[in-house]
Ligand binder design. Structure first.
Ligand SMILES: C[C@H](O)[C@H](O)[C@H]1CNC2=NC(N)=NC(=O)C2=N1
Length: 91
């Protein structure tokens, strides 16, 4: 099982555009309209399912918040950092 990272490891490995919020890393994406955000959620879901690591996704008007933590480990792990990096490559 992936190990929970300590504060320094999290700070040193946080992918660009992502912030730490407690036991999660989070990034908010902005869109020109609501349906673009909805389409983005589907794209995120595809990648998450391929990687079998799933974010919490909060859909707002013209923005989507993506939150990552590793539930099995009870905190932020390399699995979260890796998926955040992958999202940065994909979107
Ligand atoms: C059995 C367990 O739910 C699975 O191994 C996967 C599914 N997707 C997951 N997603 C996230 N974010 N954390 C997990 O620990 C996790 N576990």
């Amino acid at each position: 099982m992936a190990e929970v990272l300590d504060d320094d490891e999290i700070e040193q490995n946080l992918p660009e555009g992502w912030e730490r919020d407690g036991d999660e890393i989070v990034r908010t994406y902005e869109f020109d309209d609501y349906l673009q955000g909805i389409s983005f959620v589907s794209d995120v879901g595809e990648v998450a399912e391929e990687e079998f690591h799933h974010p919490e996704i909060v859909v707002g008007y013209k923005e989507v918040e993506v939150r990552l933590t590793t539930h099995d480990a009870g905190g932020i792990t390399d699995l979260d950092m890796r998926l955040a990096d992958l999202f940065n490559d994909e979107f």
